[in-house]
Ligand binder design. Structure first.
Ligand code: GDP
Length: 605
């Protein structure tokens, strides 16, 4: 099922809103039903817009939205529902009364060089016992520490990419985000990004004000900087714990862990254990000799060796299971990260896994998932692009997406304001996706990828690794120091979106006085130029009593039986023309000469 209806219909009550959730696409029939319309009404509306649709035709999200707008239906809101979100919805199951407390899942984020890695390393070495297996040798995506006899699960978020992906998958597995800010550097662009991510993921925040051992560290000023971004420290009457720490000396780290547990207690993080095991794939790769090696975070139930599982389109039987230190584990409960082998294929990062009774059920689940994913990817046979093309409103539908980064807030504001003032006569919509102060970052590139988006930098720099990333992802980063150059560039880009147009320039007219030869491809005639002129290579419209019979191209012009460069008003002469079909030219017909050119459309013309 790709659509569902929630909420009440608007029985004369303005406030009541109907929500229609669409996963990928929706059939004409389903949409009509969800809207409470006769299906013929919807088909009629589609037809009006040039689309001949049948009841079972699938419309994509945008098309459905346009139809609702066109039909003037208020009180209906469309929501996107992707498979992962659907799964995550299911994942947010109601807890039973038997639910038990589980360890919090924590992500550490912050600006580059503010000490995330050092902090995690320090915690890891302080709080885990090196095992005979050799401790941590490879990159791990999650691990667990013990503090006060209680466990805390840390997710390593190597860049914002991973976190964004987690978010995108709707899998809000992070309970707490520790934001690391260096006390000698203060709030930086990526600090702000981290805050936004945490807010978007609905996670609780704790701030670790790091590097307090450094000269120049200023905890109070750092707090003030955070407060400017809406994070009010507890000691100032707010609700965010801010812990001064030194990832280097270890000072404050115990307190940081205390705080994490405190937040976990307040949040009462619980999970059911007496249910089939479930959780999320947080990393997967192939290893020679082992096959698929998959890192899972169990979120409910208990996963055991020998059990059958499916995650996304992959399934298998858990062959081996180890903890993050490589120690074999027979079973793993909620919030436990484990590495397993036994999946027959590689599941994807962010896929939800579930335990099944037997291999057959697991395989079926994987197959159904793969089938659905494929349906969603391919099934919409009416897309908004088709619709817009048919509706002939492509010009107004052109959108130019920009991300603006500037050196100071003032410059960002003036760039954005000036961009918005470019007059496009409504033909191109300028959409400011994001703005920010500071250098172009990884996150800007990720945000720009996949869409028709340009990242504009004004008086900032683009680090080499970011430039590389951008070129890898096909993202355009354009950096300027002069605002007018930036604006000219934006104007040019918007003009390019308009594409080319065909322009016809009238040149003159002739009245046909004699017809000498008519074939499928050739027309030779004579006449008098009544206005303007005619030269070789121009086009001619053949008109009889205002009706256009067809077109021809003038090959050559003759005056007094000699090839000529042109015939001007009142001159009599002959023309040899090329046609695409046979046109039975007659005396008295008119030839209208014109030049047809393709040229780049200009804004506001
Ligand atoms: P990340 O980019 O956020 O992971 O930052 P790193 O952990 O790589 O730290 C960047 C630099 O800051 C490294 O040279 C660390 O040694 C240093 N550093 C990190 N934490 C502290 C700290 O608490 N005190 C001092 N003095 N240096 C630190």
């Amino acid at each position: 099922m790709s659509a569902g209806v929630a909420g009440n219909s608007a029985m004369g009550n303005d406030a009541a809103e109907k929500v229609i959730r669409i996963a990928g696409s929706i059939t004409v029939d389903e949409l009509a039903q969800a809207l409470g319309l006769a299906v013929t009404t919807l088909i009629g509306e589609l037809f009006k817009n040039g689309i001949v649709a049948t009841i079972n035709q699938r419309l994509d999200f945008e098309t459905a939205q346009i139809m609702i707008d066109e039909l003037g239906i208020a009180n209906v809101r469309l929501e996107r529902k992707n498979t992962a979100a659907k799964l995550a919805d299911e994942g947010r199951r109601e807890l039973s009364k038997d639910a038990v407390l589980r360890p919090p899942v924590v992500a550490v984020m912050g600006h580059v060089d503010h000490g995330k890695t050092t902090l995690l390393d320090n915690l890891l070495h302080k709080k885990t016992v090196e095992t005979e297996a050799g401790g941590i040798t490879q990159h791990i995506s999650a691990y667990q520490l013990e503090h006060d006899g209680r466990k805390i699960t840390f997710l390593d978020t190597p860049g914002h990419e991973a976190f964004a992906a987690i978010r995108q998958h709707g899998a809000m597995l992070t309970d707490i985000v520790v934001i690391v800010v260096a006390a000698d550097d203060g709030v930086k662009p990526q600090t702000v990004e981290a805050i936004k991510f945490a807010q978007g993921a609905n996670a609780k925040m704790i701030v670790a004000i790091n590097k307090i051992d450094r000269e120049g560290a200023d905890v109070e000023r750092t707090k003030a900087g955070l407060a400017e971004h809406g994070l009010m420290p507890e000691e100032w009457g707010g609700d965010i714990m801010m812990i001064p720490v030194s990832a280097k000396t270890g000072e404050g780290l115990e307190k940081l862990l205390d705080s994490i547990l405190l937040v976990a207690d307040v949040e009462e993080l619980k999970a059911d254990v007496k249910i089939p095991a479930e959780g999320l794939v947080i990393e997967s790769h192939m290893e020679t000799g082992k096959g698929s090696v998959v890192n899972l975070l169990v979120t409910g139930g208990e996963l055991k060796v020998g059990e059958f599982v499916a995650a996304g389109g992959a399934y298998g039987k858990i062959r081996t299971m180890v903890d993050f230190q490589g120690k074999p584990k027979g079973k793993a409960g909620p919030s436990t990260p484990v590495t397993v082998t036994g999946f027959k294929d590689l599941p994807n990062f962010g896929d939800r896994f579930l335990e099944y009774d037997d291999e057959k059920s697991a395989r079926r689940a994987a197959l159904v998932y793969a089938q659905n994913a494929q349906n969603e990817a391919m099934s919409a046979n009416v897309t908004s692009t088709d619709l817009l093309r048919m509706m002939n409103v492509e010009d107004t539908a052109k959108v130019f997406n920009v991300i603006v980064k500037g050196d100071v807030l003032g410059s960002v504001t003036s760039v954005v304001d000036s961009l918005k003032m470019i007059d496009t006569k409504g033909e191109v919509t300028l959409n400011v996706v994001a703005t920010g102060v500071g250098d172009v970052t990884e996150n800007d590139i990720y945000m720009a990828a996949g869409e028709n988006t340009v990242v504009y930098g004004f008086n900032v720099s683009v680090p080499t690794n970011i430039a590389k990333l951008a070129s890898r992802d096909g993202v355009e980063v354009r950096n300027f120091r002069v605002i007018y150059e930036l604006l000219d560039d934006a104007r040019d880009s918007m003009e390019k979106l308009l594409g080319e147009e065909v322009v016809e320039t009238e040149m003159g007219e002739m009245e046909v006085m004699g017809v000498f030869r008519v074939t499928k491809t050739e027309l030779i005639a004579g006449g008098k130029v009544t206005s303007g002129k005619v030269v070789p290579k121009v086009n001619a419209r053949i008109v009889r009593k205002k009706e256009v019979l067809g077109e021809a191209e003038v090959e050559s012009v003759q005056k007094e039986r000699i090839e000529a460069k042109e015939l001007i008003e009142n001159e009599i002469g002959g023309l040899a023309m090329k046609t695409e079909k046979k046109i039975q030219l007659e005396v008295g017909d008119k030839l209208q000469f014109f030049v047809r050119e393709r040229r780049q459309r200009k804004l506001g013309e």
